[in-house]
Design a protein around this ligand. Structure first.
Ligand SMILES: [Zn+2]
Length: 149
């Protein structure tokens, strides 16, 4: 950065997703990005990027992503269980266990959904030098005043 040019690291999609599945910052791989089990810190403690990228309601897509992932996993598990226990599957057991797994699965997978959502967003809309500068200097991103690449 000697000539004033800001170079922004661009991890591959594989790096982004692997880091996200390890609950690390997809951008730098830094740890301890969660303030609590379900809540991310405002900034990555290692690289300083805004984890919500300065956008309100950034993680609404993560809710949908989480719901779809958990339901798909459960769907295939239930289908496999019914197939194995056919012709007499225990429907009552399947009903109660599936309801329990739906609720606990959504809670367990939610942190992964958030980091994966951020990873996919960083792959589709990589950090631009302008956005990174806005993160560093606390600029108002708001109405896309700081454009993405
Ligand atoms: Zn980071």
């Amino acid at each position: 950065m000697t000539d004033g040019t800001v170079v922004v690291a661009r991890p591959s999609i594989t790096q982004l997703v692997v880091r996200a599945l390890q609950l690390r910052c997809p951008h730098c791989g830094g740890r301890q990005i969660f303030a609590s089990v379900f809540e991310l810190k405002d900034r990555c403690p290692t690289c300083g990027i805004l984890l919500e990228r300065g956008e309100p309601d950034y993680f609404v897509g993560a809710y949908l992503f989480n719901l779809i992932a958990v339901e798909l996993i459960l769907f295939f598990c239930v289908c496999g269980f019914v197939y194995v226990t056919w012709p007499d599957p225990p429907w009552d057991l399947i009903t109660y266990v599936t309801a329990f797994l739906m609720l606990t699965g959504c809670m367990f997978c939610y942190p992964f959904a958030k980091t994966t959502w951020l990873a996919v967003d960083l792959a589709i809309r990589p950090l631009s030098p302008e956005e990174l500068d806005g993160h560093d200097h606390g600029g108002e991103v708001g109405e896309r005043a700081v454009p993405h690449v």
